[in-house]
Write a protein that binds this ligand. Structure first.
Ligand code: GLN
Length: 348
């Protein structure tokens, strides 16, 4: 990819040409992507790029190459090496799932759960230790690192199967100076050391049905398949993670699971079976936790575009009767609907 520099090639016209080219490639926000790529090369902000364009500044070297790759639908975040998520800028690239704005709602709900827990324990268990949150299938670490950043008193644990994605999460934690207990391994068996001791379990698992190839080339061709496809109808792996969460959560602990916009009803039905014996063979049931009464307060929450995308359920308190000597604070308060916050600006 060699680019022949065009002497004096003005940034303003380069941005206009790039916008047209990117739109022709099916990218709606072509201007925004063009400005983001220029900002990346100039190591500046998007506003600064617009200012330089007005002032007649030249086009940075490498701009046309980046625009050409973006026109081939290489994800913008792979070209810049960065993805904005809430208040953080995460390193991403080939081999790791690019975090999405809709997952920011999952973090909102996790923070609400942690805050309710803090209020409840301050009253009933003064001096108790930090709350524990587990992020299953952490990918780049987006959820876990955001919680560690925004609620530093929380003890955050995260696990990722893919060695490549785990390396991104590790690098992100180190670069951002955020202390999380990050492990590499199978999330469906992870954290044997935390059974029954976790306050909040969050996961944005792979949930796309096998064979339902995403329309966007950025997703289909560049996000790792292991992060996308959940097996069968898409919910096979999410259900195994939910069973694991049942074992990890303490009574009253909160589970939050991102899902596809058409999967909420199905997931709710599986967590609240009309025949309780439906779940009697699950690992949670077999280990004595009683799956028939595993979950209560099962609700779906909407993303910022109004689509139902996050299932929230509370670990039923019956567990108390089955685990002698386990302490229970009385559980989390019911936080109600998700808050909505402006997503961090991902692009220009
Ligand atoms: N949300 C993903 C997508 O946009 C699907 C898989 C996931 O998030 N876990 O394609």
């Amino acid at each position: 990819m060699s680019e022949v520099p065009r002497a004096g090639y003005a940034l303003a016209s380069a941005l206009r040409e790039a916008t047209t080219r990117l739109q022709a490639a099916g990218i709606d926000n072509g201007r925004s992507d063009a400005v983001t790529l220029a900002a990346h090369l100039l190591r500046s902000g998007c506003g600064e790029v617009e200012r330089l364009a007005i002032l007649g500044a030249p086009t940075p070297t490498g701009f046309d190459d980046l625009v050409a790759r973006r026109a081939q639908r290489v994800p913008l975040q792979h070209l810049t090496g960065r993805a904005a998520f809430r208040h953080l800028e995460l390193s991403v690239g080939p081999g790791v799932f690019v975090p999405r704005p809709e997952t920011e709602v999952l973090v909102d709900l996790a923070l609400l759960a942690l805050d309710a827990l803090r209020a409840a324990t301050a009253a009933s268990r003064p001096g108790s230790g930090p709350a524990r949150l587990v992020d299953l299938c952490t990918g780049s670490g987006a959820i876990a690192l955001s919680v560690a950043h925004e609620r530093p008193a929380t003890r955050v644990f995260a696990v990722e199967l893919s060695a490549q994605a785990h390396a991104f999460a590790r690098a992100n934690a180190d670069r951002l100076g955020l202390d999380i207990d990050l492990r590499q391994g199978d999330a469906t068996t992870a954290f044997d050391d935390l059974l029954g001791r976790v306050d909040v379990v969050v996961t944005n698992p792979p949930y796309i049905p096998d064979g339902a190839v995403p329309i966007d080339p950025e997703v289909a061709g560049h996000d790792p398949a292991v992060a996308l496809y959940g097996g069968g109808d898409g919910l096979e792996l999410p259900m195994r993670l939910i069973e694991r969460a049942a074992l990890l959560l303490r009574p009253g602990g909160v589970l939050l699971v991102e899902h596809g916009e058409l999967q909420g009803g199905d997931l709710r039905a599986r967590l609240q079976p009309s025949d309780p014996r439906d779940l009697s063979q699950t690992p949670a049931a077999q280990s004595g936790y009683g799956a028939a009464t595993t979950w209560q307060d099962v609700h779906d929450h909407r993303d910022l575009t109004g689509r139902p995308r996050v299932l929230r359920a509370v670990r039923a308190r019956e567990i108390m009767e089955r685990t002698a000597g386990e302490q229970d604070s009385g559980g989390l308060a019911d936080e109600g609907a998700s808050s909505t916050r402006a997503a961090a600006a991902e692009t220009c």
